[in-house]
Design a binder for this molecule. Sequence first.
Ligand SMILES: [Ca+2]
Length: 552
Amino acid sequence: MKKALATFLCMALCVSALSGCGNEDSGTKEQSSQPQSEQGGQTEGASDDDSNVKPVGEYPIVEEPITLKIMGRKDPGAPDWDELELFKRLTEITNIQFEFEMLENSVFSEQKNIALVGGEYPDMIWRDDSAATTDEETYGPQGIFLELSDLIDRYAPNIKAMLEANPDVKAAITSLDGKIYGLPYVFTTATTQGHTGFFDSRWMENVGITKVPETTDELYEMLKAFKEQDANGNGDPNDEIPFTCVGLNTTMRDLLIPAFTGVPDGLSFNVKDGEVVYAPALPEYKEFLLYAHKLYEEGLLDPEFSSHTTQQWQAKMKSDMCGGYSGSPTGLDPDTTTTKQLSLPPLTSPTNSQKILKKPLYLYPGRAFITDKCENPEAAMRLLDMFYATEENAVSGFCGTTVFAGWEGEHWEYTDDTKTAYRWIEPVTGFGDINKTVSVNMELPGYLNFPAMPVGAPLMENKVEQVKEMQVPYYTASYPANARFTTEESERGNVIENDLYTQVVMMTTKFITGEESIDNFDAYLEALNHIGLPELIEIKKAALERWNEALK
Ligand SMILES: [Ca+2]
């Protein structure tokens, strides 16, 4: 069925594209467009619904200018969107004019709800806030937000390609009823790259180690050498902190626990062989605790790992006292850091032979809705599709990257053909300038895949290169962070999940420091069950089934 429909649509588009071309050649553009827009029911136009809209791929999007009314959330102090180059130029390219109702963060949520409940809302709502999925689940099934799948199929080849290439994005924006009501902002840039743990190559050389650790035992040996020798080379063999971190997040959660459990999120839910599992309740978690306790006992782990503040930790890092650290090299002092910072790869251990790392998905759902007030949903969808264009599919230089950084060659440029680095073009000196006059740098609807690094930032360059080599190849999906829960499921589930997390963090810290004996591991597991782990796993299973359905 789907195939037949697609073939039909393709034929319809091809036919209209051909006839459109013929019209242009005859030089009677105005004449040919008028009958079409008056007799919208005829099948010659771009669509059956609105013949003012040109076929996909042809610009301007509409023959006769139209106006789209958009309610949008803007950042405090940011200009109204009608002052931005972005929308002025989009009007030139598309023939679509904009009428914005701008609301700052502080009032957006309240005003949006008043508008939606009171029925006084515009054609579209852009850049929804943290309530986006709730809004989708509420106003989608009511018909206030249009269901978008069909419009995407017919008018949005960029969005369609993006969803086909990224089924997890499709699943993330699919509502509980299986439909899509909102479009996301999906982004990957050099600066959003994760980081599990780094150390200074000079330290490794100073203690005579020639190979980056790949197992938990090899990491232990390196940290031990950091402790016993003058790893920072200042003449004092006793002032080194072999490894430092703040609490259990980052390196513990993303690297050390997975090294033992074999699932990528060390402090949360994962899917192992199709089953939902909670990493801190796996038998292998005990092996992690024993290992981390050993590091603590032998002075290889910063004794203040659970008590110091981020500021105190940063000061230690910058003072060349720390070997391994659970942060990005970009947090180091760029003036004094001249040696290469190396990333730990995912580790294997006696209980796990798989190198795995949690795959990040940078996505804000609900960054654009088309409402039932919109008389031109086809044009609105074609417009939105432009925001999801890759650089290859840019229209008059406009694509997802343009929204992020402005026009290539005008506001910024690649430093060479490898496209690995970019620099700003005067008078633009950074994203602050872009946000003042050109665009809304983040969170508009769109797709951004921009791995280039800003020039003149060697630590950033160092990080991106290391992440690409040592981390990206091992990306593995954990339990989907964007899975959807019913109101009932999330009310109950959130309570249990928060209680579990609090318990796990407290007990894990005690096991590591020795305040709690590892002999009590079974009692710890019992306590997790008592809090409601089995019930939460059932809730997570139900949501995972819906997620897997939406992936298809
Ligand atoms: Ca020293």
